[in-house]
Design a protein around this ligand. Structure first.
Ligand code: AMP
Ligand code: GLY
Length: 427
C-alpha cells in the first residue's frame, strides 16, 4: 500500500520512521516533511489547504491511506474531502475534530455525557464573562474557544488579570479563536496525557505520557508546544488508566457516535489527576508532539494495521503490543523559541550522535544550498531514547544531545524529573 503522511514535525518523523518499518507499506510520501523525514521517504510540496491538490496527488500515486499528523488540516476538513473522494484517511472529520477545535464544544459534550471536567461557562460577550468570573474563586482559567497554537489559555491569579485576559481575547489577540471564551474552574493535581485509537465506536487504549510544556527548567517560563516527554507516565497507574477509559474516553466516543459525528483517529486526552479522580482538561484530535516520538519508540506492533482498522472499523480485533522499556524524548529548540526562533543556523553531529537505544527525530530542520543541516523552526530536534528506566533513557538522550554541535540551540536539563523522582522512591 502507498501511504501519504501530512505534516513536518518531530511527530511526523516518528510516524514516518514507524510506518516505513511496516511490510504493508510500499511507498511512503510526506508533505511538506523536513530534512530528517527526507532521509526516510520522499517529501513533496503540497498545499494541504487545497484539498483538490491532495486528492489529485493521491490518485496519481495510487495512495491507499493518508495519515494526517497536525490538527489544522483536520479542522479544515481534509479527511472529509479525502473520504468523499474515496481515499482512506486516518484522522477525524471536521465535525469530530471540534473536540480539539472548540473548547466550548468539548465542555458541552462532557456536561451531557457526565464526563468529569472543570465547572465552566461559555461567553461571547466581555461584560457577561467578567461578571461570571467575578463571582468565582481564584485562580480562574480563561480560554479562547478555538485553535490558538497552545497559547489561548490564561490562568488568572487576580480579578484584574482575569478582566485583562477577557478583554484581550475579545479584542482579537487570538483572532477568530477568541470570538468565544470559556471560563472554567482551576483544577489542582498532576497533569498526564492518555492516548487512544478510535474507529468511531471502539476505543483501543494506547499509552500514557507526560509532557514538559514550559520552556525552562523547573517548569518555568512561557508555555511551548512541549520541550520533552516520556512514556509511560508512572503516575497514571493501570487502575487510573482503566478509570480514564471508562469515565472519559469511552463516554466521549459513545456521545460523538450518538450525535452523528463518530470519532476516528487518535484521541489525546489531557488530564488533571485530582484528589477526586482524573478530570479532562482538553482533547486533542491527533498524536501529541513530542509525545508521539516516545510512543512510536515503545510500540512493538506494526502501526499500519491499527491505522487501517481505525479507518475501516474493527479495532476490537486489533492488539497493539508495547516494549516494556520506557522512552524519553528531549527537544532541542532554536534560540528565541517560543518567541521568534533564530533560523538558518548550522547543526552538526546528528548522524553520529545516535547510539544504543537512541533515535534522533527531526522537527524544524532543512538543508541549505551546500547540503548542511540547518534550523528551520522553533523546535528543531527530538533526541529520543529508551532504557530500562526513565532515568536510563534520560541519561542516554542527554549523552546523545551533548554530541550535537549547535551553539544556537538549547534544551531543558531536567526532562523526566517527575518520573525519575518516582523511580527513586520505588527503587
Ligand atoms: P489546554 O490548552 O486546555 O491544555 O491548557 C493549557 C494548560 O493550561 C494545561 O496543560 C494546564 O496546565 C493548564 N490548564 C488548563 N485548564 C486548566 C484548569 N481548568 N485548571 C488548571 N490548569 C489548567
Ligand atoms: N505536546 C502537546 C501537544 O502536542 O499538544
Amino acid at each position: 500500500m502507498n501511504i501519504l503522511l501530512i505534516g513536518s514535525g518531530g511527530r511526523e518523523h516518528a510516524l514516518a520512521w514507524k510506518i516505513t518499518q511496516s511490510p504493508l507499506c510500499d511507498t511512503l510520501w510526506c508533505t511538506p516533511g523536513n530534512a530528517g523525514i527526507a532521509e526516510v521517504c520522499a517529501c513533496v510540496p503540497l498545499n494541504t489547504a487545497d484539498h483538490g491538490a491532495v486528492i489529485a496527488f493521491c490518485r496519481e500515486h495510487a495512495v491507499g491511506l493518508v495519515v494526517v499528523g497536525p490538527e489544522q488540516p483536520l479542522v479544515e476538513g481534509l479527511v472529509d474531502a479525502l473520504t468523499a473522494a474515496g481515499i482512506k484517511a486516518f484522522g477525524p472529520s471536521a465535525k469530530a475534530a471540534q473536540l480539539e477545535g472548540s473548547k466550548g464544544f468539548t465542555k458541552d459534550l462532557c456536561k451531557r455525557a457526565g464526563i468529569p471536567t472543570a465547572a465552566y461557562e461559555r461567553f461571547t460577550d466581555a461584560d457577561a464573562a467578567k461578571a461570571y468570573a467575578a463571582g468565582r474563586g481564584l485562580p480562574i482559567v480563561i480560554k479562547a474557544d478555538g485553535l490558538a497554537a497552545g497559547k489561548g489559555v490564561i490562568i488568572a491569579e487576580t480579578r484584574e488579570e482575569a478582566d485583562a485576559a477577557i478583554d484581550d481575547m475579545f479584542s482579537g489577540s487570538f483572532g477568530a479563536a477568541g470570538a468565544e471564551v470559556v471560563i472554567e474552574a482551576f483544577l489542582t493535581g498532576e497533569e498526564a496525557s492518555f492516548f487512544a485509537l478510535v474507529d468511531g465506536r471502539t476505543a483501543l487504549p494506547l499509552a500514557s505520557a507526560q509532557d514538559h510544556k514550559r520552556v525552562g527548567d523547573g517548569d518555568t517560563g512561557p508555555n511551548t508546544g512541549g520541550m520533552g516527554a516520556y512514556s509511560p507516565a508512572p503516575v497514571l497507574t493501570p487502575a487510573l488508566e482503566a478509570q480514564v477509559m471508562r469515565e472519559i474516553v469511552q463516554p466521549t466516543v459513545d456521545a460523538m457516535a450518538a450525535d452523528g459525528m463518530p470519532y476516528v483517529g487518535v484521541l489525546y486526552a489531557g488530564l488533571m489527576l485530582t484528589e477526586s479522580g482524573p478530570q479532562l482538561i482538553e482533547y486533542n484530535a491527533r498524536f501529541g508532539d513530542p509525545e508521539c516520538q516516545v510512543l512510536m519508540l515503545r510500540m512493538k506492533s506494526d502501526i499500519v494495521p491499527a491505522l487501517i482498522a481505525a479507518v475501516d472499523g474493527g479495532l476490537e480485533h486489533v492488539n497493539v503490543e508495547w516494549h516494556d522499556a520506557p522512552a524519553l524524548t528531549l527537544v532541542m529548540a532554536a534560540e528565541g523559541y517560543p518567541g521568534t526562533p533564530r533560523k538558518g543556523t548550522v547543526i552538526e553531529g546528528t548522524e553520529t550522535a545516535a547510539g544504543e537505544g537512541v533515535v534522533i527525530f527531526h522537527a524544524g530542520t532543512a538543508r541549505d544550498g551546500e547540503g548542511r543541516l540547518i534550523a528551520n523552526g522553533g523546535r528543531v530536534l527530538n533526541v529520543t531514547a529508551t532504557g530500562r528506566s526513565v532515568r536510563e533513557a534520560r541519561d542516554r538522550a542527554y549523552v546523545a544531545a551533548e554530541k550535537i554541535r549547535w551553539p544556537e540551540g538549547f534544551h531543558r536539563s531536567d526532562i523526566g524529573w517527575r518520573a525519575i523522582a518516582r523511580e527513586g522512591k520505588t527503587a
